[in-house]
Write a protein that binds this ligand. Structure first.
Ligand code: HEM
Length: 167
């Protein structure tokens, strides 16, 4: 992630990307590893805190959250959505990894732009994921700061794509 952020920062015309320091990249990956298989619980927590996000999913809109949580369809969606964070954190900090992350985040921005998802809803998603992490991994100021920086960088790329002006 550190190299990813640095390289993108150099390439970007105006740079809002903040490089992670070494141990921050490690903190993000190791804390994510503690919960990366809890996809269903994570999507459940996000929907529970934000009914407006659940309402945007045609398969789940208007349905009882506790009933859909145990369905295969919910597990498939959770795996896809939460899996994005596993994909990003698993990338190698080399040129191909940097390019892959940028491609992945830009595609995410473009697909959600097409669905009319707002930045405010992405920020709700982010806040709920951070709350989940803070309650389910070894948490502290250092881990919180690492996630803050990492999310800022991913969302910088994502929001440019959401605006239709990918970097
Ligand atoms: C960082 C946050 C998010 C991630 C990583 C994420 C990831 C994904 C992925 C991987 C897919 C399937 C592939 C695609 O269409 O791109 C997807 C689909 C979708 N996402 Fe997101 N998403 C996020 C935030 C949101 C938010 C905030 C909303 C709504 C408020 C949303 C609504 C949807 C919908 C409606 C679909 C289509 C589901 C379907 O019917 O198949 N996403 N998302």
């Amino acid at each position: 992630m550190k190299f990813l952020v640095l390289a993108l920062c150099i390439a970007a015309a105006s740079c809002d990307l903040v490089p992670l320091v070494d141990d921050q990249a490690i903190l993000i990956r190791s804390s994510w590893d503690e919960v990366k298989h809890n996809e269903v619980d994570i999507l459940y927590a996000i929907f529970k805190a934000n009914p407006d996000i659940q309402a945007r999913f045609p398969q789940f809109a208007g349905k009882d959250l506790d009933s859909i949580k145990t369905t295969g369809q919910f597990a498939v969606h959770a795996g896809r959505i939460v899996g994005v964070f596993s994909e990003i954190s698993a990338l190698q900090p080399d040129e191909s990894g940097i390019s892959a992350a940028k491609t992945l985040i830009n595609a995410l921005g473009a697909s959600h732009r097409g669905r009319g998802i707002s930045k405010a809803q992405f920020n709700e998603f982010r806040a709920s994921l951070i709350t989940y992490l803070s309650q389910n991994v070894s948490w502290g100021d250092n881990v919180a700061q690492a996630w803050e920086k990492g999310f800022n960088n991913v969302y910088f790329i994502l929001f440019n794509a959401l605006d239709g002006t990918p970097i």
